[in-house]
Design a protein around this ligand. Structure first.
Ligand code: FES
Length: 110
């Protein structure tokens, strides 16, 4: 099974099993990683925001316009930010690492 690593807010790293076909948000939830995912993947929040290494980011399918719009509202956006609910684990992503942003911004609560 593929693996992936979450770099937690305290700098610690959690390397976990990453089943093919699951989104990064779903994988985080399987392993109690602190990604909220308030809208459960329906592109209505930005609480599943994760940050990729530049090389990994460039290898991803480009974000949809809807994802871009929601990312624009994300707190602590970086040039390599994506929404974890929109990135699905593939063999190609085996071993990928993503960092959790320092904070997220839950628009659903406002
Ligand atoms: S979980 Fe809400 S946009 Fe990803």
């Amino acid at each position: 099974m593929p693996k992936m690593t979450f770099i937690n807010r305290d700098g610690s790293r959690s390397t976990v099993d990453a089943p093919l076909g699951k989104s990064i948000m779903e994988i985080a939830h399987l392993h109690d990683i602190d990604i909220e995912g308030a809208c459960e993947g329906s592109l209505a929040c930005s609480t599943c925001h994760v940050i990729f290494e530049p090389a990994d980011y460039r290898a991803l399918e480009p974000a949809s316009e809807d994802e871009e719009d929601m990312l624009d509202l994300a707190f602590a956006l970086t040039p390599t930010s994506r929404l974890g609910c929109q990135i699905v684990m593939t063999e190609k992503l085996d071993g990928v690492a993503v960092a959790l942003p320092e904070e997220t911004h839950n628009l659903l609560r406002e």
